[in-house]
Design a protein around this ligand. Structure first.
Ligand code: ZN
Length: 99
């Protein structure tokens, strides 16, 4: 019985690890966008795009201050400053840019 439980746990851990590795690999440069033209070398079908979150507003000091003062202020100021952006990477000229 003990061995069975251990094996099931081991299987679950392996499954989570595999999913995490898969997710991190997929989010490296994003999916290939066949319609997009690279503004640097004008090649088509070489550009990969992915959604990224700009965390410009959140610094370590700010986050610590927010926790020390109210805690809720991180929700009001910190999270609202997150901006969604699209990061693009060209497979032909290896340029990376965001818009
Ligand atoms: Zn390019």
């Amino acid at each position: 019985m003990e061995t069975r439980v251990f094996l099931v746990m081991l299987f679950v851990v392996c499954l989570i690890l595999a999913l995490a590795i898969k997710a991190s690999r997929a989010s490296n440069f994003g999916a290939l966008n066949p319609a997009m033209v690279c503004p640097h070398c004008t090649s088509k079908g070489q550009v990969r795009t992915k959604q990224v979150t700009n965390k410009k507003g959140i610094s370590g000091g700010k986050a610590t201050a927010a926790v020390l003062t109210a805690g809720f202020s991180i929700l009001a100021t910190g999270l609202s400053r997150k901006e969604m952006a699209t990061q693009a990477r060209c497979g032909a000229c290896k340029n990376v840019w965001s818009f």
